[in-house]
Design a binder for this molecule. Structure first.
Ligand SMILES: [Zn+2]
Length: 392
């Protein structure tokens, strides 16, 4: 049995290795929950907050609006961090929301974008990015990930990357030991152009100095490109990173990537950077792509629905789809005790039951569960088997 467990572990690693860049239904199920009405409503609210220049009430109001959004998604006040810095003669604030990972709690996947604007409300630059990050945060709140995530809303970007520079110099490098960052995914101006066919997103890699982090950025950006194809209808265009909040990270030798619109607005930094001049459907598709990419980068659970895996363990689940009773074939040599758990596609545990392995076939009544997809995890002292179950 020890041998078997060892092989099982290897097989698990093998499957996980392969699933790194293949389509994962569970990720698509989550990315497909990006909401067009949320996207449009958030852009409308963001626009109504006004011109978000340093030292203004609208900038302060936008910070409060963001804070309330995250709290409304279920993040706790303890997960929200205010990072204040001096911007000219004003004090500005970055808002950081941290979600702790299960396997690598001290290694962070950062998704970021700025919420300040200059001469207009900044609905595209960068309400569209803020909005994308909000949808990702909403959908991942209840999903466990192996890596920790930081959702960062920077201020002072339009004044010369002041907020992100402060964050890197003071927080990233001020942490002892220095904050360990897996990658930084920056989202700036992803609203598209009204009246145009906005079907392509530009994915940005690091081509600058220092060059030591360029190869890793290239790898991550290729993974981002694959995620766009897997979890959104958008095409991709590969370009280089410049002039946004990933640059201070880039200069600090971190691994960066980014999204930027391919059809570029002519309303940037002006009073006409408004919802009416952008494409909220494009923003919705960008949010889907970003959600899929973050599930991939932070490593959310996948469903190990591999027949050879099940056969190897001599354990099978049937029928599938399940109506009321799920039968588990424990194989010819069952162990003493088993635990069956079911998690919904958000990762929430909805069923847990222990039973004895006194016979080969065990039937469990699941008629209290609502229709939909679940991940069933059967574990014993020596075995763990996961399988996707559909309730109908
Ligand atoms: Zn911008």
């Amino acid at each position: 049995m020890k041998n078997k467990l060892h092989l099982t572990t290897l097989l698990l690693l093998f499957i996980n290795g392969l699933s790194g860049q293949s389509f994962i239904q569970a990720y698509a199920d989550i990315a497909n929950q990006v909401s067009q009405s949320n996207v449009t409503n958030n852009l409308t609210e963001f626009e109504a907050l006004g011109v978000k220049r340093r030292g203004t009430q609208p900038l302060e109001d936008t910070y409060t609006w963001l804070r309330n959004k995250y709290l409304g998604f279920g993040y706790t006040a303890a997960q929200l961090q205010e990072d204040t810095f001096t911007n000219g003669s004003f004090t500005c604030k970055n808002l950081i929301v941290t979600k702790v990972g299960t396997l690598y709690p001290d290694t962070f996947v950062i998704i970021c974008g700025h919420y300040d604007s200059l001469n207009g409300t900044g609905t595209n630059d960068n309400g569209s990015g803020v909005n994308t990050i909000l949808e990702v945060a909403r959908l991942l709140q209840n999903v466990s990930t192996e890596y920790s995530i930081k959702f960062i809303n920077f201020s002072g970007e339009e004044d010369g990357l002041v907020g992100s520079n402060h964050y890197v110099n003071t927080v990233v490098n001020g942490t002892v030991p220095k904050m360990d960052i897996k990658l930084v995914f920056n989202i700036d101006q992803v609203g598209g152009v009204a009246g145009m066919t906005n079907n392509t997103i530009t994915c940005e890699r690091d081509t600058g100095t220092p060059t030591t982090n360029n190869a890793a950025s290239n790898t991550i950006t290729n993974e981002l490109i694959t995620c766009v194809g897997l979890y959104s209808p958008l095409n991709t265009n590969l370009s280089y990173a410049y002039s946004s909040d990933y640059m201070p990270f880039e200069n600090n030798d971190e691994v960066i990537t980014g999204f930027y619109e391919t059809n570029e607005t002519t309303h940037g930094h002006s009073a006409t950077d408004l919802l009416v001049n952008m494409d909220p459907v494009y923003n919705y598709n960008v949010a889907k792509a970003a959600t899929g990419a973050m599930l991939h980068f932070a490593v959310a659970p996948t469903t190990l629905n591999d027949e050879s895996f099940t056969t190897f363990n001599e354990i099978s689940f049937f029928p599938n789809p399940v109506k009321d009773y799920l039968t588990i074939n424990l194989g010819t040599n069952p162990e003493a005790n088993y635990l069956l758990k079911l998690n919904d596609i958000q990762g929430k545990e909805v069923y847990s039951n222990t039973f004895l392995g006194t016979q080969q076939l065990v039937s469990l009544n699941l008629d209290t569960l609502s229709k939909g997809m679940y991940v069933a995890t059967l574990s014993s002292d020596k075995t763990i088997v996961r399988k996707k179950i559909i309730m109908e």
